[in-house]
Design a protein. Structure first.
Length: 337
C-alpha cells in the first residue's frame, strides 16, 4: 500500500486459551477487536486497539503477542485494579466433523473469568484527540464512549464498521445507526433488531448465516444472498467472522470505497467474495488467527506465542498471578503440527 491506512478499534481484548487434545492450553491475544486489529496489521495497516486490561499474566501474554505481530498498543490501558478478560476454547477434533465450544468459567474450579470493561471517560477524551489521524473506526461493543467515537468519525466523513455480539439497549442502537457505514450481524441478532433496522439502514448491512453463507442489504434497497465457500479441511471455525470483518475493511480501502451507495452490485459482491476467501481459509487452522501465524512462519507449521503449563494452578487460580512479566516456568514456546 502506498499510503498506510490507519484504523482505530474499540471493544473486546482478551486472552484466548485454546485446548486442543491437551490439558496444556495454547495462548494468544483475542477478542473481536484484538483479532481484527491484528489481522489488519498483517494486511499492512496501522491498526490500533483501544481497551482496558489488567496488570496480570493474561495482559503480559496478550501484549507480547500483539507487539510481536506489529500491532501498536499505545491505546491499551492497564490498571492494577482491573483484570484481563479470559476466554477458553475447547476443540473437539474427534469424529467426522470438528467443533468447538467457548467458556468464560474455569472448567476445574468453576470460577468465572473477568469480563469486558469499558474504557474510562478520561481515556476516551485522550483517544478523541487522535481521531484526525485515523481513516476508519471499528467497534464491537456499544456504549456511550463508542457512540462518541462513531459520531466523530462519521462527522469527518470516515467509515465506521460495527459488529455487535448483542445489543442490550435498542434505544442506544437506534442512536448510533446513522453513524454506521457497515453493520455486520448474525442472523439471530438481525431478527431481534429487525424493527430498528426498518427505521434506519446503514450503507451496507451484512448478515451472517453460519454454514449457509451471508446476505447483504444496502440502504438503497439492493439485497442478495451469497452462499458459503467450501473448505474440505475444516479444523476450527473460531475467528472466521473476524477475518471476514478485517477483510471487508481492507477491501474497502484497496478499492477506495467510502460509500456503498455509489457502487455497483457487482463491486459490492466482489468485496464480499474476496473477504469470504480469507474467512474460509482460516477454517483449516487452530485458533482465531491460525492462518495468520502460518502467514508469518516460513514452514508449514503454525507457531503460537505460548503454551501454558499451569501445573498445580488451575486456570481459575491464574488471576492470582500478578507478575509484570510472565513467570519463565509457566510459559513455553510451542509448535502446532
Amino acid at each position: 500500500m502506498k499510503n498506510q491506512p490507519k484504523c482505530l478499534g474499540t471493544g473486546l481484548l482478551s486472552l484466548d486459551l485454546i485446548y486442543k487434545d491437551s490439558t496444556k492450553p495454547l495462548a494468544a491475544a483475542g477478542g473481536s477487536c484484538g483479532n481484527v486489529m491484528a489481522m489488519l496489521t498483517s494486511f499492512g495497516w496501522d491498526a490500533r486497539p483501544a481497551g482496558r486490561i489488567g496488570e496480570d499474566l493474561a495482559a503480559s501474554i496478550l501484549l507480547h503477542d500483539l507487539v510481536s505481530l506489529g500491532v501498536k498498543t499505545d491505546f491499551i490501558y492497564q490498571d492494577k485494579n482491573s483484570h484481563t478478560p479470559i476466554i477458553l476454547e475447547f476443540l473437539n477434533m474427534s469424529g467426522s466433523e470438528s467443533g468447538h465450544s467457548f467458556s468464560r468459567t474455569c472448567h476445574i474450579t468453576q470460577q468465572k473469568f473477568p469480563r469486558y470493561e469499558a474504557l474510562h471517560d478520561t481515556e476516551i477524551c485522550n483517544i478523541l484527540k487522535s481521531v484526525d489521524e485515523f481513516d476508519y473506526y471499528y467497534f464491537d461493543r456499544l456504549d456511550n464512549n463508542a457512540l462518541k467515537l462513531a459520531s466523530r468519525f462519521s462527522q469527518q466523513g470516515k467509515p465506521v464498521f460495527f459488529e455487535p455480539q448483542k445489543i442490550s439497549s435498542v434505544t442506544q442502537f437506534l442512536e448510533v445507526l446513522p453513524y454506521i457505514s457497515v453493520l455486520k450481524i448474525s442472523d439471530e441478532t438481525a431478527l431481534n433488531l429487525s424493527d430498528a433496522l426498518n427505521q434506519c439502514l446503514p450503507d451496507l448491512t451484512i448478515v451472517t448465516h453460519g454454514k449457509e453463507g451471508l446476505s447483504y442489504r444496502c440502504s438503497d434497497g439492493r439485497h442478495a444472498s451469497i452462499p458459503a465457500m467450501r473448505n474440505e479441511n475444516v479444523v476450527d471455525a473460531c475467528g472466521s467472522g473476524d477475518w471476514l470483518s478485517a477483510s471487508i475493511i481492507n477491501e474497502m480501502f484497496v478499492q477506495q470505497i467510502t460509500s456503498f451507495s455509489v457502487l455497483s452490485t457487482r463491486a459490492i459482491e466482489n468485496v464480499l467474495f474476496n473477504s469470504q476467501m480469507k474467512s474460509t481459509d482460516n477454517l483449516s487452522y487452530v485458533g482465531a488467527r491460525g492462518a495468520m501465524y502460518k502467514q508469518i512462519t516460513p514452514v508449514d507449521e503454525i507457531v503460537y506465542p505460548f503454551s501454558i503449563d499451569f501445573g498445580a494452578n488451575s486456570v481459575g487460580n491464574y488471576m492470582q498471578l500478578q507478575d509484570d512479566v510472565a513467570p519463565s516456568g509457566l510459559l513455553s514456546q510451542t509448535i502446532l503440527s
